[in-house]
Structures are given as structure tokens and as C-alpha cells.
Design a binder for this molecule. Structure first.
Ligand code: HEC
Ligand code: HEC
Length: 160
């Protein structure tokens, strides 16, 4: 074992084991710390980035009530009904079984608007545009959730 390369190699190995131990120590203690640098706290709380915070409680939905009115022009309307167990996946889109142009009348639902047929280049397709397929990207069930951040947002004049 007089090979200089292997001696050098074992030094590197020892060095990195030490570094890893130091890192683990720092990580464990960092996790216990309550305050982030600069006293910042984010919406994900103080959970370190390499860990998942516990899932938030379900929001208190207020479906099946009069729809909330819009706050600004072009706002995706909130969903005024429950959507529990409605499949919305690559294989099935339950929303469209009521909201598509074809089914809306029979279901008594609002038709999706014509904008939902446009591609991002402005071409109008004969079916829902892929960019509008996953409805819940934009539409959410109305809830009585409190504001995440205090703000003094007011409705657009024309909608007041
Ligand atoms: C069983 C039929 C049915 C299904 C399935 C359904 N909806 Fe609805 N939806 C309705 C009806 C009926 C209304 C309007 C009456 C009301 O106030 O509940 C409505 C209202 C809405 C509105 C409000 C429209 C407006 O003009 O304010 C949105 C947005 C909406 N639904 C989105 C969705 C999304 C997204 C899904 C899928 C996750 C979905 N709906 C699934 C029947 C359905
Ligand atoms: C990229 C965001 C986005 C996605 C995805 C999307 N919508 Fe919308 N939706 C909007 C916006 C913005 C409006 C209001 C302006 C408009 O009509 O385009 C709207 C309007 C609506 C309306 C009301 C139409 C009216 O005439 O008042 C219904 C119903 C609706 N969407 C249902 C759906 C359903 C069902 C899906 C899924 C198939 C869906 N949306 C996907 C953004 C979206």
C-alpha cells in the first residue's frame, strides 16, 4: 500500500466522511431552528426545503351556494358546487361531461366559454384546447378561506 495514489485516495475519503458528518450535524440543527435567515417566514412555514411540511387541513368549502361574484374582469369563475370524486385526468374529464358545449344544456350547467377552444396562438379548435383541459389549474371551489397575506385588494370599479 505504498502507492501514493491510494494514500491520497484514502485521505480524500476520510475528508469526505468528516464533511458528511459535519453536514448531517448542521442539517439536524438547522431543522430545529425556528427562524430563517433574515427573520423571514414563508407560506410553507419553517420546514426546511429538503423536508415536506405536514399536509394542510381541508379548506371549508362552501359549495352549492350562490356563486361568489367576480372581483376583476377575466377572473376564472369560482366553482359553486362540490367536486369531490370528480375525475380529472388524462383518461377522463368529468367537468366536461356537464360543461362542454355538447352536454351543458342537458346538465343545466354553464357552457365553458369560447376562449377555452383557443390555442395560445389564437387558433380556434373544434374541441377544448389542451391548455384548458385541466380545469382546476384556474378554477377552484369557493371557500371561506382567510387571506394568506393581509391585503387591501378591492374589486374593479366596473364590477362594484
Ligand atoms: C354533474 C354536472 C357537473 C359537473 C360534473 C361539474 N359541474 Fe360545474 N356546474 C354545474 C352546474 C349545474 C353549474 C351551475 C349551477 C350552480 O350554481 O351549481 C356549475 C357551475 C360551475 C362553474 C361556475 C360557472 C359560472 O358561470 O359562474 C364553474 C367554474 C364550474 N362549474 C366548474 C366545474 C369544474 C372545474 C368541474 C370539474 C372539476 C365541474 N364544474 C364539474 C354542473 C357540473
Ligand atoms: C388557463 C385557465 C383556465 C382553464 C385551464 C380553464 N378555464 Fe374556465 N375560465 C377561465 C377564465 C379566465 C374564464 C373567464 C373568462 C372567459 O370566459 O374566458 C373562464 C370561464 C369559465 C366558465 C364560465 C363561462 C361563462 O360563459 O361565464 C366556465 C363554466 C368554465 N370556465 C369552465 C371550465 C372547465 C369545465 C374547464 C376544464 C375543461 C376550464 N374552465 C378550464 C380560465 C380557465
Amino acid at each position: 500500500m505504498n502507492n501514493p495514489a491510494s494514500r491520497y485516495g484514502s485521505k480524500i475519503l476520510r475528508g469526505s466522511v468528516f464533511a458528511a458528518a459535519l453536514w448531517l450535524f448542521a442539517a439536524a440543527h438547522g431543522a430545529a431552528g425556528e427562524v430563517t435567515p433574515g427573520n423571514q417566514s414563508s407560506l410553507r412555514g419553517l420546514t426546511p426545503l429538503d423536508q415536506s411540511p405536514p399536509a394542510a387541513d381541508f379548506k371549508h368549502d362552501v359549495p352549492d351556494r350562490e356563486p361568489y361574484t367576480s372581483n376583476y374582469v377575466y377572473q376564472p369563475p369560482l366553482i359553486p358546487h362540490t367536486i369531490r370524486h370528480y375525475e380529472l385526468s388524462l383518461n377522463a374529464n368529468t367537468c366536461l361531461s356537464c360543461h362542454s358545449f355538447k352536454n351543458a344544456r342537458e346538465a343545466g350547467a354553464t357552457k365553458i366559454s369560447v376562449t377555452h377552444y383557443e390555442t395560445r396562438e389564437g387558433a380556434v379548435l373544434s374541441d377544448v384546447s389542451p391548455r384548458r383541459y385541466f380545469c382546476l389549474q384556474c378554477h377552484v371551489v369557493q371557500t371561506d378561506a382567510r387571506e394568506l397575506i393581509a391585503n387591501d385588494f378591492e374589486k374593479t370599479d366596473s364590477l362594484q
